[in-house]
Design a protein around this ligand. Structure first.
Ligand code: MG
Length: 390
């Protein structure tokens, strides 16, 4: 893919928060980014409105039962792709340069692999793709010579800091992911049992969907990001760390073997990492608010409370063990978050559920995609047995 021409982007998950930000970025840079296809799960009116606004010729709808409803809202020239097959079709469109994956859950996995096989670059927002199948995805991407561009702010920051040194195991010493610490950064351990879903939804710096907001409160979000980083940058889990940084200005850092640390700083705006991924390696004018250092006055860092928030230690275990265990970590957490939001379990039972599910899992090393999906499925069943009301 040449870096000078307009990027033709397939957007999977167009009606979610990342999808909406991506459309804003594309609208701001019409000479650099063209959205050529959109996919949504079931938000029919929103998807139709986006298709009309962008003028795409392809849309994919996961919920095939609502085809007629979508058809009625679209001009005849727009092709509708349905179900899982539909996602694969638009991810491999001949005219596409890059597939941006922002669909939640495991449904982004197969489109990601199909896009790689078809020689498309990937922009990845969905954590599951690299957490569950990082080994397979990164190996295939390397073989096909396609890029995996991270959209998560931490990985995007590391990606920027590694420019010129990517893949150099001898030059990179540590990857340091920053974490806001969430709303319970200073909450005494004994009070975590009283945390309600409403309290957990109140994130100090980022405005995000419910699942990722709860994950930020438990630090599972950071645990998932540590595992993602392990695959994305080919760095051993023992050299990936998390540090609490409440201001969320330093988005992550790389320490090199000469002792120098590079950090990426900016105000919090999801449009920025999306823009960087879609215009990489070029930098373009966007709407990021400049940092006012005088007003900012201080940047704070502290060690995460790993004993009170076991998500990071569990992530390290999952990442060091590898195989199917990271998929189990992810799946058990999803089930536990769901149960917590439904009022079935207490806040600390989220990590207790994950720990118990991981302990019960027999890890398969170098798994196939089917084995990963089977581990995911089994972990969900196992986790449900641990999330019965207390
Ligand atoms: Mg993040």
């Amino acid at each position: 893919m040449s870096s000078g021409k307009k990027r033709r982007v397939v957007l999977l998950g167009s009606t979610g928060s990342i999808g909406l930000s991506t459309l804003k970025v594309a609208e701001n840079l019409p000479d650099d980014i063209e959205i050529i296809a959109l996919a949504a799960n079931s938000s029919v009116p929103e998807l139709a409105a986006q298709a009309l606004a962008t003028g795409v010729k392809h849309v994919a709808l996961h919920d095939a039962s609502r085809e007629a409803e979508l058809r009625a809202l679209l001009p005849p020239g727009v092709k509708i792709h349905l179900g899982t097959e539909g996602l694969l079709e638009i991810s491999t469109l001949h005219e596409a340069d890059i597939v941006l994956i922002a669909i939640v859950g495991t449904s982004g996995l197969q489109p990601a692999l199909a896009a790689i096989e078809a020689g498309k670059d990937l922009a990845v927002a969905s954590k599951e793709i690299l957490v569950m199948a990082g080994e397979i995805i990164t190996a295939r991407a390397a073989e096909k010579g396609v890029r995996i561009l991270p959209i998560d702010s931490e990985h995007n920051a590391i990606f920027q800091c590694l420019e010129g040194h990517r893949g150099s195991d001898t030059e990179i010493s540590r990857l340091i992911l920053t974490a806001s610490g969430g709303p319970f950064r200073l909450t005494p351990a004994a009070e975590l049992i009283d945390v309600t879903p409403e309290m957990a939804m109140n994130h100090p710096t980022w405005d995000m969907g419910p699942k990722i907001t709860i994950d930020s409160a438990t630090l599972f979000n950071k645990g998932l990001e540590m595992i993602e980083a392990r695959w994305l940058f080919g760095i051993g889990m023992d050299r990936i760390e998390a540090v609490i940084h409440p201001q969320s200005i330093v988005h992550s850092m790389v320490e090199f073997t000469d002792g120098s640390v590079l950090a990426q700083l900016s105000n919090t705006d999801m449009c920025f990492p999306i823009q960087y991924a879609l215009t990489y390696p070029a930098r373009k004018k966007g709407n990021l608010k400049p940092i006012d250092f005088a007003e900012l006055s201080k940047l704070e860092f502290s060690a995460p409370r790993t004993a009170d928030f076991p998500a990071l230690t569990l992530a390290r275990t999952a990442g060091l063990t590898g195989g199917t265990l990271p998929a189990v970590y992810n799946a058990a957490n999803e089930v536990a978050v769901e149960a917590f939001r439904a009022g079935k379990i207490k806040f600390p039972q989220i990590w207790e559920t994950v720990a118990a599910t991981m302990a019960a899992h027999a890890t398969v090393q170098s798994p196939t995609l089917d084995q990963i999906l089977a581990a995911d499925h089994q972990a969900r069943i196992a986790a449900k047995t641990f999330t019965r009301p207390a």
